[in-house]
Design a protein around this ligand. Structure first.
Ligand code: NI
Length: 224
């Protein structure tokens, strides 16, 4: 499932993040790539242990955890401390699948979901679309600043070359309580339908039964 999470950061937060990142020293993005992706990766990153990356990363994790859409769709167990990348003119990232396991100070994390949060406005650069392949084809993603895209980490994806300006984004991975993308999508669809029914017919007894089904499915599938 490819899902847009709108307005993770407010416009004021985005301008603040952008201003703080503008003053940062960036390093070669190959520092965090595996051997296959290092061959196709050409961008810049903030070092993982950079105090600014940690600070801004915490802001983003807090914002994500307050987003009901993100929580319902990702069912997050662990969120990798967000990292930051920068694609200047000519930079790109060729086709790859993200590493299955990531290590942070909190221990290992299985990457079930990948997340990109756009920090530059689309008008600030040409190209730079995130291209994600799924069973329905290849999707081009370029979102307003502050919006994020969530997609299965099993997907092949690449970032098209930036041909003008500069594309700054944050990215992270999520280990979900529900490992299977298909099972998680089913739970999310059920949740969405229950929310809708509860809005239109809050006293209908089916709301209680379906909410019970939701929790009992989650109980069956959740791993901690
Ligand atoms: Ni990737």
């Amino acid at each position: 499932m490819l899902l847009e999470i709108p307005a993770v950061l407010s416009p004021a937060q985005v301008s603040d993040v952008r201003a703080r990142l503008a003053a940062a020293e960036w390093i070669d993005g190959r520092a965090t790539a595996g051997p296959q992706s290092a061959r196709v990766k050409d961008n810049q990153q903030l070092p993982e242990d950079h105090p600014l990356a940690r600070d801004l990363g915490r802001l983003i994790v807090d914002a994500l955890q307050q987003q009901p859409l993100f929580v319902a769709a990702a069912l997050p167990l662990k969120i990798f401390p967000p990292l930051f990348n920068r694609y200047a003119e000519g930079h790109a990232f060729g086709n790859h699948v993200d590493n299955a396991i990531r290590y942070a100070s909190g221990g290992a994390l299985r990457t079930d979901l990948s997340l990109t949060l756009f920090i530059s406005e689309p008008a600030d650069y040409n190209g730079g679309e995130l291209m994600v392949e799924d069973t329905y084809g290849v999707h081009a993603v370029k979102l307003p600043a502050g919006h994020a895209i969530l997609y299965p980490s099993t997907s092949l994806h690449h970032v098209r070359p930036v041909t003008r300006g500069c594309r700054v984004a944050s990215f992270s991975w999520i280990q979900s309580m529900v490992r299977s993308d298909a099972d998680r999508a089913l739970i999310f669809d059920l949740d969405t339908a229950i929310q809708r029914l509860a809005g239109e017919a809050p006293h209908h007894p089916a709301v209680v039964s379906l909410t019970g089904v939701y929790h009992n499915l989650l109980r069956r599938w959740a791993e901690m």
